[in-house]
Design a protein. Structure first.
Length: 173
């Protein structure tokens, strides 16, 4: 299986004939884009596609790989490690459905808040049962701790406030 996008770095001593053969082999095997980054001379990238003309892009241009990368890649990102990391991170995040790093952080905050609220509900329910003198066996304690449904915990809590026995808390209806 071949990659849909291949990036080759051409430096001093690069055998041009070998490079051309490799590009042809990649494209013949199904690679859709081959980017050749030239490290000698002005910063530039050759873009090779199977059924189209080759293009030469300068450091101020943008590379695109529709259907492979969601965002264009600045040519200079292939020469600048810091910029390459930024562009790579953005593409990886978007591949996982996040617009940017802030979206990942926001999701983490929301998850943490939800988990904290569940933990507080569980603690309130168990504390209420203890204060009311209602013993809780290990199996029921595990059932309460394993519950991740906030509405269910709230319903049990409302019953626990007025219950005389543990069975009253978990009775349906």
């Amino acid at each position: 299986m071949c990659p849909p996008l291949a990036v080759e770095y051409a430096d001093k001593g690069q055998n041009e004939i070998d490079l051309k053969i490799k590009i042809k082999e990649l494209l013949a095997a199904g690679t859709r884009y081959v980017w050749v980054v030239h490290l000698v001379g002005p910063q530039r990238v050759e873009v090779h596609v199977k059924d189209g003309p080759n293009r030469l892009l300068s450091a101020t241009d943008l590379l695109e790989a529709p259907g492979i990368l969601r965002n264009p890649v600045p040519v200079h990102a292939l020469f600048d490690r810091k910029e390459a990391h930024r562009v790579t991170l953005r593409n990886l995040l978007q591949r996982k459905g996040y617009e940017n790093l802030e979206a990942v952080l926001q999701e983490g905050v929301q998850r943490g808040k939800a988990e904290g609220e569940l933990a507080a509900s569980i603690k309130a329910l168990l504390s209420t049962l203890a204060i009311r003198g209602i013993p809780v066996d290990a199996e029921t304690r595990a059932r309460i701790r394993d519950c991740h449904d906030a509405k269910q915990l709230d319903a049990w809590f409302a019953k626990a406030v007025v219950a005389d026995r543990l069975e009253d808390v978990f009775r349906e209806g």
